[in-house]
Structure formats: C-alpha cells, structure tokens
Design a protein around this ligand. Structure first.
Ligand code: GTP
Length: 234
C-alpha cells in the first residue's frame, strides 16, 4: 500500500520498562521491525522524539527557559537517533543519520534532496533534532519531513492501537475509529497530534496512521493492507 513511509517514533516509548533512558529490548524491537520493512523494499524515514531523556515542556518547572528546554529536547532526539542508528547497523541495516542542528561530527546536515537520494538507495534515514527550531514538537518535525520527502504516509507509532472517541486507558467503553477525516478529528476534539503537525498534514493531504508499534509485525501488516490502527485522511 505504501512505498515510502515516515515513521514517527516517540522517545518515551524507548524507555520500555525502565524509568529513564533507552531500554535495549525496546530499541532492538524497533530495529527488527524496521529491518523487516527494508527487506520488503519499503523506503523508511524515521523521526525520533526525545521524551525519554528530556522534553521541552519540562523546562519551565525546572527553572529553564522554554526555548532552551526545546533545544535540550532536540539534543535528546539526537542521542536516541544515534542509538537507533547503531542498533540498526548491528542488525545489518544501512542507515544515514541526519540532524536539523548542524553537528557534522555525528550526523549529516539536513539537505532534502540528499535525504531523498538516501531513501532511493534503500538506506534508512533517521531525522534528528526535530525541525531545528524551538516551539515545534517532534510530531511537527514528522509532518514537515513527511511532506518534504513526499512520503506516502506518516505513521505515528504509539502504545495504543489507534484513535478512540475517548481515552481507552481510562474508559472501558472507548470505541476505536478505523478511519476518520481530519475534519472529524477537529470536530470531535480528538487528540492525534498537535495543531501545527495536524494542519501541515491536512493542508498537504498527507495521510496519518496512528498505530501500536509495540506489537510485532504490525507495520508490515498495515502496509500489506490489513486493518491496523486508525487512518486519518482528508
Ligand atoms: P552517496 O554517495 O550519494 O551514495 O551517499 P553517501 O552517504 O554514501 O556518501 P557520502 O560521501 O555523502 O557519505 C559517506 C559517509 O559519510 C556516510 O556514512 C554518511 O552518513 C557520512 N557523512 C556524510 N556527510 C557527513 C557529515 O556531514 N557528517 C557526518 N558525521 N557524516 C557524514
């Protein structure tokens, strides 16, 4: 169904069962899932978050200025990206690490056409440092990069298996949507992504799939046309 995907991985889910940092089992799980996709000739770009290490929103209460906190969060995504690159390489996947904040010793600078070239050559591209600007979330970076690289879909990996009418972790009677429009998400006031990310996808007709990526093989099932997660389209 999809040839080129932008996979948004949350930093928080990298924590796994640990309270902080990177759970080796979780990052290996991600790497194996990605490897499986590469084996099926899917072009994969990843935008990774940094919430397992530092989130911009933590800044205020800690006496750190918001802008400074956002940059700290961006650096956290670089740490995760480096870890993911290493683990992917350990299972034989070719990767290129790209940072929106220049730090050439560890990552390539972001050049859109070069990133696309890497994808065409079958390399997994890991985008780090968000958009490179404060006030933007990793979801916004994912929406931006998905559009820039002309991905067929933005897959938002979460620990819930889709979008529900109410929080499924709090309400037993929450009902899941298989498909929904951007407009309905707004009308029903559902939380999918922040407004900036959401608008970028809506205006540019970029489908978003919210899905559980802790379940082994789920992304491949989705790509093979199985009814996985919730698809948001225009
Ligand atoms: P093609 O030549 O187009 O196939 O791409 P390539 O990525 O193989 O070529 P390039 O010579 O650009 O990169 C060779 C290696 O150096 C790759 O592992 C890149 O990720 C890495 N690399 C390229 N530019 C940078 C940079 O600015 N910083 C860092 N840290 N690594 C870089």
């Amino acid at each position: 169904m999809y040839k080129r995907i932008l996979l948004k991985l949350s930093g928080e889910s990298l924590v796994g069962d640990k309270g902080f940092g990177i759970d080796p089992e979780m990052i290996m799980h991600y790497a194996q899932e990605i490897k499986e996709l590469v084996a099926h000739d899917i072009e994969i770009a990843i935008v990774i978050g940094g919430g397992n290490i530092f989130r911009g929103l933590q800044a205020g209460p800690n006496g750190i200025a918001r802008v400074q906190g956002d940059y700290m969060g961006m650096l956290a995504t670089c740490i995760n990206g480096m870890a993911l690159q290493s683990v992917l390489e350990s299972v034989g996947v070719y990767t290129r690490l790209i940072s929106a904040i220049e730090m050439r010793e560890i990552a390539e600078p972001y050049i859109r056409r070069k990133a696309i070239r890497h994808l065409e050559k079958g390399r997994v591209v890991i985008f780090t440092a968000g958009t490179g600007s404060p006030y933007f979330t990793t979801d916004s970076a994912a929406a931006l990069r998905a559009n820039e690289i002309k991905a067929d879909v933005l897959l938002k990996g979460t620990r819930v298996d889709g979008i529900y009418d109410k929080d499924p972790e709090k309400h037993d009677d929450a009902e899941k949507f298989d498909a929904i429009t951007f407009m309905e998400v707004i009308e029903k006031n559902l939380k999918v992504m922040d407004m900036t990310a959401f608008t970028l996808c809506n205006e540019n007709d970029m489908p978003v799939v919210v899905m559980d990526i802790h379940e082994k093989g789920n992304i491949l099932k989705l790509i093979n046309g199985e009814n996985i997660g919730t698809t948001v389209t225009r």
